[in-house]
Design a protein around this ligand. Structure first.
Ligand SMILES: NC(=O)c1ccc[n+]([C@@H]2O[C@H](COP(=O)([O-])OP(=O)(O)OC[C@H]3O[C@@H](n4cnc5c(N)ncnc54)[C@H](OP(=O)(O)O)[C@@H]3O)[C@@H](O)[C@H]2O)c1
Length: 348
């Protein structure tokens, strides 16, 4: 008889109350899979809250189990798996390869499913994933930190280094600087030798980003973003904006703060999908707006190296037991946290 495990199952789209803690059968790993005992999984605004509500660009089939970024210990391996063994500490990348010809994401982001969106994810005591999706977590890095670092730093590396082509000495503005991606972007921009301005919507969040190494901070709900940037940069403006928010008012202010020849990189639209764009400013100032939500190639391994060397840290607000998934969603929705909210199914 298959053993039972606890999982957070949703049978309908809606508010946090649709997240129910249930006993379900523990999955068996397929030939190329591993079974992971989950020690950490994070709660993300888009890939958890929006998916749960049914407002994400893709709706999962119900019943569904969320959880895009679990890490933990391998408990069993499929018969073809030679690269991993029972007891390995791993993080699971959310882009799960598929040969399914009707895979819904095939046309959008390549031949992948998203863990926790198209297939059941890590809001459970155990999750079955392909072995090729697992990344070894370095000794000394906790599962909680590994989940947060691997979730955001590879995207920040792609945005700041690969697409933004940041150079030492440049001015970089990070919007939503205390968010998951923003926190990672602040640290990566700082490592490159840029002068980093962290912008956020509350003084505590500005300070949190300053604590991660930002040189300056602006509260864009209380201060005029463009005026402050003009003052800090001596009228030069910022060479690179890491946006990822999409608030129409804030977006325009950030765009107006760009230096001649400046770049804006963006991977998010959780605060709005449409903004007003001055085409004259765009061409007269030779500005570039670059959209890319992908991760840097090899980004997870690089992120873990940076974390191991103490060069990037995970900002965590709190860790809750699995059964408090609905509470965790309420906390993230309320936007009153300083850092990530995690679930740890090993907590009683
Ligand atoms: N791996 C990744 O991190 C990744 C990959 C691809 C795309 N993205 C996208 O990047 C964006 C940021 O993701 P994240 O995980 O960093 O999110 P997050 O932790 O929730 O941070 C988002 C930040 O946006 C700011 N914000 C401003 N207006 C907001 C509004 N109306 N509603 C909510 N937040 C608002 C908030 O800061 P203040 O309240 O201080 O303004 C918040 O700290 C999302 O759109 C996500 O889909 C992320």
């Amino acid at each position: 008889m298959t053993a039972a495990m606890k999982a957070i199952v949703q049978h309908a789209f809606g508010g946090p109350e649709v997240l129910k803690c249930e006993d379900i059968a523990t999955p068996e790993p397929g030939p190329d899979d591993v079974l992971l005992r989950v020690h950490a999984v994070s709660v993300n605004r888009t890939l958890d809250l929006s998916v749960r509500a049914g407002t994400y660009v893709r709706k999962p089939k119900l019943p569904h189990i969320l959880g895009v970024d679990p890490s933990g210990v391998i408990e069993a391996v499929g018969r073809n798996v030679a690269t991993r063994k029972v007891g390995d500490r791993v993080f699971v990348n959310l882009f799960v390869p598929t040969t399914d010809p009707v895979a819904p994401l095939v046309r959008e982001v390549g031949r992948v499913f998203l863990l926790g969106v198209d297939i059941w994810g890590g809001y459970a005591e155990c999750v079955r994933v392909p072995a090729c999706n697992t990344h070894l977590v370095p000794d000394g890095l906790s599962f909680h930190d590994a989940t947060v670092i691997a979730r955001h730093t590879p995207t920040a590396l792609n945005l700041i280094e690969n697409r933004g082509k940041v150079a030492a000495g440049e001015w970089v503005l990070v919007m939503g600087a205390a968010g998951g991606l923003g926190s990672a972007a602040v640290q990566i921009a700082r490592l490159s030798g840029a002068k980093v301005i962290a912008a956020a919507g509350a003084d505590g969040r500005v300070q949190a980003a300053r604590d991660l190494g930002a040189d300056y901070g602006i509260n864009y709900r209380r201060q005029d973003l463009a005026d402050e940037i003009a003052r800090l940069t001596g009228g030069h403006g910022v060479d690179l904006v890491c946006e990822n928010v999409g608030d129409p008012v804030l977006w325009r202010a950030a765009f107006e703060a760009m230096a001649t020849g400046g770049r804006m990189v963006t991977a998010g639209a959780h605060a709005g999908d449409e903004v007003a764009l001055s085409l004259r400013r765009l061409y007269l100032r030779r500005l570039q707006i670059i959209g890319d939500g992908s991760e840097a190639p090899g980004g997870i391994a690089r992120a873990f190296e940076l974390a191991r060397d103490g060069k990037v840290v995970a900002k965590i607000d709190r860790v809750l037991p699995l059964r408090e998934a609905a509470v965790a969603h309420e906390l993230v929705a309320a936007r009153d946290t300083l850092g990530k909210v995690l679930l740890d199914p090993t907590l009683a």
